[in-house]
Design a protein around this ligand. Structure first.
Ligand code: SF4
Length: 218
């Protein structure tokens, strides 16, 4: 894992070689808040070992996109292709997401793409609540830094992470939810569309609502 002395120097007031997982909760929170841009936050994340997922993946997939995006998309976690390439949504589901975005009038470069967890769960299983909780401070700090008014929650895991733990995608998708001063639109994950193409119409409808709101904000 790469060193990120900047993250530790802000936490301790001097450079330290202590890995991020040895920072206690308070020091971690301070380091996180003092990460003043996405590059600093990414450096912290690449040193992270706060949950067991790091041991089983190749790399931390931080996220990418426009650092001032007005629309941020949140998926579940990296898959095999994302883990191999170190980028979010670059496998088959990512290709489909690109097509969905284009069809709705967005370019991938316009938006920011993140995941609930940044390390690939073994066998692409759903991350546990503990893993989601361990990675959540990074997601929250990214939301604060990018500060998008609109968020799309891609799939059940992102919907539960952003709305509430018992939220159901089938009930919540297709309408806006006000969360911490932002608008969240849950919709199906592109991987779900690959398994069940009958969901495409719903996602199309949801992204039309996103496009409409985005235009109004612009
Ligand atoms: S999933 Fe998140 S919290 Fe867990 S090790 Fe990876 S970066 Fe750290």
């Amino acid at each position: 894992m790469a060193d990120s002395p900047s993250a530790f120097s802000v936490a301790h007031g001097k450079e330290s070689s202590a890995p991020i997982y040895r920072l206690d909760t308070a020091a971690f929170a301070v380091a996180l808040q003092r990460a003043s841009d996405l590059d600093e936050l990414a450096a912290m994340a690449h040193d992270c070992d706060r949950c067991g997922l790091r041991a089983g993946c190749r790399t931390v997939v931080f996220g990418e996109g426009n650092p001032r995006a007005r629309l941020l998309l949140v998926g579940e976690g990296p898959g095999a292709t994302e883990d191999a390439m170190g980028r979010p949504f670059v496998g088959k589901a990512g290709e489909l997401l690109d097509r969905i975005l284009e069809a709705a009038g967005f370019h991938r470069a316009d938006v920011y793409i993140a995941n609930v967890v940044m390390c690939r769960p073994p066998g692409n299983r759903v991350p546990t609540p503990e893993e989601m909780s361990a990675c959540r401070p990074y997601l929250e700090r990214r939301l604060a830094l990018v500060d998008p008014p609109l968020i799309v929650a891609l799939g059940a895991t992102a919907t539960r992470a952003l709305l509430r733990p018992n939220a159901r995608i089938t009930q919540e998708r297709g309408r806006w939810h006000r969360v911490d001063g932002r608008w969240v639109m849950p919709t199906y994950h592109p991987a779900a569309l690959l398994r069940d193409p009958s969901k495409k119409k719903a996602v199309w409808d949801d992204f039309q609502l996103v496009r409409e709101f985005y235009r109004r904000l612009s």
